[in-house]
Design a protein around this ligand. Sequence first.
Ligand code: GBH
Length: 486
Amino acid sequence: MTATPSRTFPSDFLFGAATAAFQIEGAAFEDGRRASVWDTFCRVPGAVINADNGDVACDHYHRYADDVALMKRMGLQTYRFSTSWARVRPDGGVVNAKGLDFYERLVDELLEADVLPWLTLYHWDLPQALQDEGGWTVRSTADKFTEYALTMHDALGDRVKVWTTLNEPWCASFLSYTAGLHAPGHYSMREGLLASHHLLLGHGQTVRELRARDESLDLGITLNFTVADPADPDNPDDVDAARRLDGQHNRWFLDPVFRGQYPADIVEDFRATDSAATEAFEAAVLPGDLDVIATPIDALGVNYYHGDAVSAAEPANPPEAGHAPTDRPGASPFPAGSGYPVERGLGRTAMHWEIQPHGLTRLLERVWNEYAQPAGTALYVTENGAAFDDVVTEIDGETRVPDAGRTDFLRSHLGAVLDAAEAGVDVRGYFYWSMLDNFEWAWGYEKRFGIVRVDYDTQERVLKDSGREYSRIIASRTIDVPNATL
Ligand code: GBH
C-alpha cells in the first residue's frame, strides 16, 4: 500500500470558521436589542425542539473576547459571523448605538488577533417589527435592509472589507414562508415567492450602494446548495424530479444573481402548482429589478452540506426526513414538487444528511463553469460541516471530545475543495460550520456542529479533536487525503 502524498493548499487560500448572530450571541433583550422573528418563533408551541430559544445561546455577546482568543490559538485566518439587525435597528428604524458598539468591539478584537472579519448582514433574524408589517413579502423590507446595511458600513466600513448581504435566501424564503419550518413559520407559496424576490432585491440594491461608497470592498452573497441526482438516471420522471429540486433550490437564486432572470422552467412549474401565487410574484417583479439583482459581485459564498437522490415515485423505504420533527405541521419546502429523497447507502450525519464529499467538488465545478467564471466572481465555501452525537471524555486528565466522524468529514471535504481547485476552479477559502456548538434552529440545542464543544450549563468551551486536526491542517496548509477525481 502506498501512502497518500500530502497535498498543499495555495498560499493565499483562507481557512476559517463560521457562526451566525442568533445562534450564538444570547443577550437577546440586552442593550436595546428587541425581538427578531426567531425570538417569536421559539415561543410558538412545538416550533422548536425542547422549546429552546436564543436568550442565552453561547453567551457570545459577553464572551466574544475569549472566543476570539480561541480562534487565534487555533490559527483561524478568518471568521465569518453575522450581525443582528434587531440589535442595531431594533424595530427596523432608529439606530441603537449600544448594539453597534458590540460589533465594533468584536471587529477590533478580531483585527487585534489578526483574524479577518467576514461579515454577513442577514442570517435570518428579521426584526419582529418588520415582520409585523409583512416581513420579506413586502417590498419596503428590501429598502429597510439596505438602510440597515449602510448603518453597518458607516460604523465598520473602515475596518471590515468583506461584506456578504444574505445567508441562504432559499431558507429565508421557502423554508420560512412556505414550508413553515423556520420563522415566521408560514405556509404560503405566494409568500415564499414574494420573499425570495424581495430578499434578492435587497441583496442587489445593497451591493450597488456599498459599491458606490467604496470600490475596494469585497461584496457577495451566500447561497445554499444541494446536489440533486435522479434516483434512477434512466427514468425520465426521476430526471425531471432532480431538475425541479435543482431548479427550486439552486437555480432560483443563481440565475437572477448571475443572469438577471428567473429560470423559466421553474416559473412554469410554480404556475402549474399555484397560478395565483405565481401571478402575484410576477406582479412584484418590477421593471429594472432583475438588473439590480444582477449587479456584479466579487464573491459567491457556497454553503454545502449534502446531496439528494430523488425519485418521482414515493419509495417503499424512505430515509428519515432531514429537518426537525417539530409538533407543527410541515408543508413541502419545494412547493412545485421535487420528488422523494431515496436511500442510496451513503453514510449520514446526525441530521440524517448524506455524507458525500465528492458532491462538493461537483458543485464547485458546476457553479464555477456555468455562473462564476463568466462573471469574474470568485468562490468561497462559506459553510460546510456536520452534526454528530459527540461524547465528552477524560484523557490523561484532559477533557476531550474524540469526534472522529467530524474529523473525517472535515478532512474529506477539504480534500474535495482541493480537488476542485486543482481542476481549475477559483475557490479561495473554506469556512467550517461551525466554530461553536450553537442554537440549531428548529432542532434547538440538540444538534451539535461545532469544532468547539459548548457546555450550555457552564458555558465552558472545549476544542474537539476535529478542531485540533483543523488547527494542524491550517498550520501546515497540507492534507493527505487522496484526490477523489483521479
Ligand atoms: C445552514 O443551513 C445554516 O446557514 C446554518 O445557520 C445552520 O446552522 C447550518 O446550515 C446547519 O443546519 O429540505 O428541510 O429536509 C443549512 C441549509 C438546506 C441544509 C436544506 C438542509 C435540507 C433540509 N439546509 N437542507 S429539508
